[in-house]
Design a protein around this ligand. Structure first.
Ligand SMILES: [Zn+2]
Ligand SMILES: [Zn+2]
Length: 245
């Protein structure tokens, strides 16, 4: 109850008044956003070292881009994720939706911001939108919270209205690539083309799983005149087959 009161006065007061906690397990740690030793050992940071296009780890024979990106350049010109998707990073994504939202969004942005393309021309951060129905039920879009923190850190403007989700999409899990593409086709629209025309749109997402949703966003943005589409996410699924090449 008291915490609730403090929160309405301002999350900042609360965050500074309490000792920093490990974003993974909640034990008290020395610094804000710092993971405890045990959690740190469990996290796999993906960084900037992989394929310069898709960000996935490279095989020994590949130089700068992976074979798949060379064979067919993806519609998203540059993808980066802070960490690999696993129990710990999923836990953070879940608490972003249901728990200490602002603190978690700040931690995610702390690890994501160094991976945002510093050379992007006329960049704008655009969170992957939720459908209106889901937005109303939850009251906020978790990706927009992270985008706002990235905006603060990087001084790149974010525009939560540049892209709108106009179609509810079924869960994509278990679908083939083709079925997923069909399920998300036409799901997004750009209400005002001037918001993205000639710009590098940096999509912001919490978790990247199959990539089909982000690709549908990118296709819509390009059709509306975006110069280039990039993607930054907190966690991404990396299949063992993508690591052991
Ligand atoms: Zn921990
Ligand atoms: Zn690649």
């Amino acid at each position: 109850m008291r915490i609730g009161l403090l929160r309405t006065w301002g999350g900042l007061i609360l965050d500074f008044a309490l000792p920093p906690r490990c974003p993974g397990c909640g034990i008290i740690v020395g610094d804000l956003h710092r993971f405890c030793v045990d959690c740190w050992k469990g996290i796999e940071f993906l960084g900037n070292g992989g394929c310069q296009t898709c960000g996935l780890p490279l095989a020994a024979t590949e130089a700068e881009a992976c074979g798949a990106c060379l064979a067919q350049p993806p519609i998203i010109a540059r993808s980066r994720a802070a960490v690999r998707y696993d129990d710990l990073s999923r836990g953070l994504a879940i608490r972003l939706k249901y728990g200490r939202k602002v603190a978690i969004a700040r931690t995610m942005a702390h690890y994501m911001s160094p991976l945002v393309d510093p050379a992007a021309t006329r960049p704008v951060l655009v969170p992957v939108p939720l459908h209106r129905g889901r937005m109303w039920r939850r009251g906020f879009n978790q990706s927009a919270l992270v985008a706002r923190e990235l905006e603060r850190r990087l001084a790149i403007r974010m525009d939560p209205f540049a892209l709108r989700r106009v179609k509810r999409t079924p869960p994509l899990k278990g679908m083939s690539r083709q079925q997923r593409a069909r399920a998300v086709a036409g799901a997004f629209m750009v209400p005002d083309k001037a918001a993205v025309a000639g710009r590098t749109v940096i999509l912001v997402d919490d978790v990247l799983t199959t990539g089909s949703t982000a690709e549908a966003c990118a296709r819509t943005l390009q059709r509306a005149g975006a110069e280039r589409v990039e993607l930054i996410s907190w966690a991404r699924v990396v299949k063992p087959s993508q690591l052991m090449r």
